[in-house]
Design a binder for this molecule. Structure first.
Ligand SMILES: Cc1cc2nc3c(=O)[nH]c(=O)nc-3n(C[C@H](O)[C@H](O)[C@H](O)COP(=O)(O)OP(=O)(O)OC[C@H]3O[C@@H](n4cnc5c(N)ncnc54)[C@H](O)[C@@H]3O)c2cc1C
Length: 407
């Protein structure tokens, strides 16, 4: 058992850390207060990330997801440590981008060059006003008409909705009665959006999406894209799917398998936020003097630092253990990634709360980033599966068939 990153992973982590410290740390606090990124700002961010290899054109995506999936965890943790609002910008582009090489020729011709130039923003649109945790009965429909699907419905709480070029949209396929996903290109199949406001991730756009008779090529439906991949080894090579992920796809539904890595990413990004709050607290505990000594000499402060530190260490181990299970294609990936998501998010809430407490009045002011860490941490327990749903998935995977609490 090796608890350390490889030399290559360490170098990469250091490079990513340096990059984030240089490009984003100096602006995060002030820019975050101004609200959601414009599309131009988001593209600028994507281009900067591409320079360090975080991009979703087929070649970069392979390096990110296939060669060593831990890298995605490292990127998520480091981004969380500096500015959590950056996470959805690239995190939510990954899923639609993965399907672009399998879409209709026209879609590919238009979108692959944009992907190559890191000029494409994506979103994943599943949640609806009446379908939050329970997405088993989506009201959004896709009606097959000749060589097109026609999509109608409303989505809500969608990251990147207002700036997305392409959306991967969940809808009930009226020809089969089952849920599927559709790659929808905003320029060609327009949809309307509306910004939503929230307590944290202030710079990350989140919105509603309205699809009204939105026409999408038949070939851009998920199962036809998947069968294209499985029937052609050359297509398969284009996809950023590791051997481990292939094994997961053979054991679980595509959605369950593909969500394992984003859930680890959320768990580790949460640990990144917690780490930033912890580092600030250690520094402050050494420097702030009360009753004639640094507050770090008081046992109650040390107890808080202990609690923060153990949550971070445990959440980090769980996150990377879950990624290891994904890399191996182990069935355990579902349970571990659900646990990593819950543990990391809840740990970040507790750690950032204590960090504010250690900072006293300053912790509550917006001069320091503590209040941003706290608000951003609070965001981590809802998207990509709420704490409660992740616990129920864990319960089901422990107990086995017949023990689903919600089906
Ligand atoms: C900032 C942000 C970004 C998001 N980004 C995206 C995105 O990009 N794409 C997307 O599709 N969605 C996105 N979401 C939506 C998110 O996935 C949903 O908010 C989430 O699934 C919960 O749905 P809901 O808000 O409707 O809550 P509800 O489903 O109404 O749940 C309310 C409460 O009840 C609990 N609950 C529900 N069912 C059970 C049960 N069976 N047992 C125990 N407790 C239960 C929940 O855990 C929660 O605490 C985002 C949300 C936010 C806030």
């Amino acid at each position: 058992m090796d608890f350390d990153f490889t030399e290559e992973e360490k170098m990469l982590r250091d490079d990513i850390r340096k990059f984030l410290e240089k490009e984003f740390a100096p602006i995060a606090n002030e820019r975050d207060k101004k609200g959601p990124f414009t599309r131009e700002e988001a593209i600028d961010i994507m281009k900067k990330f591409k320079k360090i290899g975080v991009a979703f054109d087929p070649e970069s995506a392979k390096a990110l997801f296939v060669e060593d999936p831990s890298i995605y965890g490292i990127v998520s943790e480091e981004v969380g440590r500096v500015w959590a609002s950056l996470l959805p910008i690239f995190g939510m582009t990954g899923l639609p981008a993965m399907f672009i090489p399998l879409a209709s020729d026209e879609t590919q011709d238009r979108l692959i060059p944009k992907l190559e130039r890191a000029e494409l923003i994506g979103c994943f649109a599943e949640t609806e006003p009446e379908a939050g945790c329970d997405t088993s009965d989506l009201k959004t429909t896709a009606r097959l008409e000749g060589d097109h699907y026609v999509i109608n419905g409303t989505k809500t709480w969608i990251s990147n909705a207002t700036i997305a070029d392409v959306a991967f949209v969940g809808a009930k396929d009226l020809s089969t009665g089952t849920e599927s996903f559709f790659l929808v290109e905003n320029d060609i199949s327009p949809f309307d959006t509306n910004e939503l406001h929230k307590i944290g991730w202030n710079a990350a756009p989140t919105g509603e999406m309205f699809f009204e008779n939105c026409k999408v090529p038949k070939e851009n439906e998920m199962s036809s894209m998947m069968s294209k991949a499985f029937s052609d080894p050359k297509m398969m090579e284009l996809l950023p799917i590791s051997e481990g992920m292939m094994r997961l796809l053979s054991q679980f539904s595509p959605f369950t398998a593909l969500m394992t890595l984003p859930r680890c990413s959320m768990g580790l990004a949460s640990i990144g936020i917690a780490q930033a709050a912890f580092e600030a607290s250690v520094k402050f505990a050494r420097e702030r003097v009360q009753f004639g000594k640094p507050i770090g000499k008081f046992q109650l402060i040390q107890e808080m630092l202990y609690n923060m530190n153990v949550l971070i260490e445990t959440g980090r181990l769980l996150g990377y253990k879950a990624i290891d299970a994904i890399t191996k294609g182990s069935r355990e990936a579902r349970r571990l990634s659900s646990m990593a998501k819950v543990y990391g998010g809840e740990a970040a809430v507790k750690v950032t709360y204590d960090a504010m407490q250690i900072h006293g009045g300053l912790g509550l002011s917006d001069e320091l980033p503590l209040e941003r860490y706290y608000r951003d941490a609070r965001m981590m327990t809802i998207p990509d599966g709420t704490t409660e749903m992740m616990k129920l998935i864990t319960g089901y995977t422990i107990l086995g068939k017949g023990f689903s609490a919600y089906k």
